[in-house]
Design a protein around this ligand. Sequence first.
Ligand code: PMP
Length: 300
Amino acid sequence: MALVPFDDRDGWIWWDGQFVPWRESKLHVLSHGLHYASAVFEGERAYGGHIFKLREHTERLINSGRILGFEIPYTADEIDEACKATLAKNGQTDAYVRPIAWRGTEQLSVSAQATKIHLAIATWAWPNLFGENRMKGVRLGWAKWKRPHPETAPTASKAAGLYMIGTLSKHAAEAEGFDDALMLDWEGHISEATGANVFLVIDGELHTPTPINFLDGITRRTVMGLAKKRQIKVVERTIPKSDLARASEVFLAGTAAEVTPVRQVGEFTFTPAAITETLLKDYEALVRLPPEEVAARLAA
Ligand code: PMP
């Protein structure tokens, strides 16, 4: 599939409260967010006209900014409305939604106290992160880069800067023919893929790393809720790399990746089976429910 550059598309981008034509949504090159990665963003998906767990994404966005020391100058209600309005303005019902907040041009140095905070929201069609490879299971290579200790980087923020090691790891994995990379933490425990959280099925139970050094994904928490509804035991713990030898199934979970079966991680191979399939289908059904029914479906 030919890539259409992101600055050469039709549509509208919500920018600081106004709709700007897509091709005119240009940023000054001396923006602090570009030089010092002082930017936080979200990745959301709309299904059938509803943005799944919109308020949770909006709250995470606001909190990501606070972790980086800035306050996004809009309320959660205003951001929710702006996301919905952008989707509608672009005439989409099923799309990826990308709000991003960043520090502006008033000051260009490590210190950025005088910078204004901006917010933009774009939406575009994006079927699944792994495209056609997804259903037969993706192949993950080991990342050379380790997820940082939470005292080394603001790991609870969906901060642009944290994606530097993600892109490096994903590129290295792709160069070796893998679909993505599985990252370990600084002590060598399993952490996450470059844009999704990871789950292992061990003896019929669902095991997933405790979110200390990575984003506690909204999809991750949703999948944990769906598993509990199915009476599947969920265990959050530190998971050594060697536990992959005990896993019968492995899958990824994230907004862009949705639930994606994994058939290989480095030297380990897996066959996607019943638990992955059940949770994949449960997730697909859940995201298409009207927002007011989602919480009810997950409630015990
Ligand atoms: N980890 C990383 C690094 C991600 O980029 C994402 C996608 N936002 C996730 C995990 C999954 O988070 P969510 O389920 O909230 O999309």
